[in-house]
Design a protein around this ligand. Structure first.
Ligand SMILES: [Zn+2]
Length: 157
């Protein structure tokens, strides 16, 4: 527990955030918002103070997949939605929290990842590519530099 962390504060923090805990195991807990624009908006968080997704390790890293799949199935069933959107931002509260948002067509959720006016382009293979008029793709050479850095890092012996 980290002092001053609203997520480590548990139920007390939940009251301030207007949400209720519905499940926990030895590593994770799930709370549901009582103040959301869609039904079943939820937060999956490790009990241990893990600041960001990049810090995820140990038992929580091993159990993350099973936990997120289980709670997502439950949210889908409870809300009757076909999709659960998942967001991790990490630049707000410094305790890892996964936002889970059951989504149906026409609800309050934005289905775009990029800001600005979204334009779609049909690709020859039938897929649709979306891009933002205000934020065009960055130069491919810059993107390839990052590709190489990540490739080298992940494949280093
Ligand atoms: Zn914390």
């Amino acid at each position: 527990m980290t002092r001053g962390c609203i997520i480590c504060a548990g139920r007390e923090g939940d009251e301030a955030l207007h949400r209720v805990e519905v499940w926990r195991d030895g590593e994770w807990r799930l709370t549901l918002s009582l103040d959301a624009e869609v039904l079943g908006f939820a937060y999956l968080e490790p009990l241990r103070h893990i600041p960001t997704i990049a810090d995820l390790d140990g038992a929580e890293a091993r159990s993350f997949g099973a936990a997120i799949a289980r709670v997502s199935r439950s949210l889908k069933a409870a809300t009757g939605t076909e999709h659960v959107y998942v967001y991790i931002f990490g630049d707000g509260v410094a305790h890892l929290h996964v936002h889970l948002a059951p989504h149906r067509d026409g609800d309050a959720l934005n289905s775009q990842m990029i800001r600005g006016e979204i334009v779609s382009e049909k690709l020859p293979d039938g897929f649709e590519r979306f891009y933002s008029r205000e934020f065009p793709a960055l130069p491919e050479t810059e993107q390839r530099q990052v590709v190489e850095k990540v490739r080298r890092d992940l494949n280093a012996a």
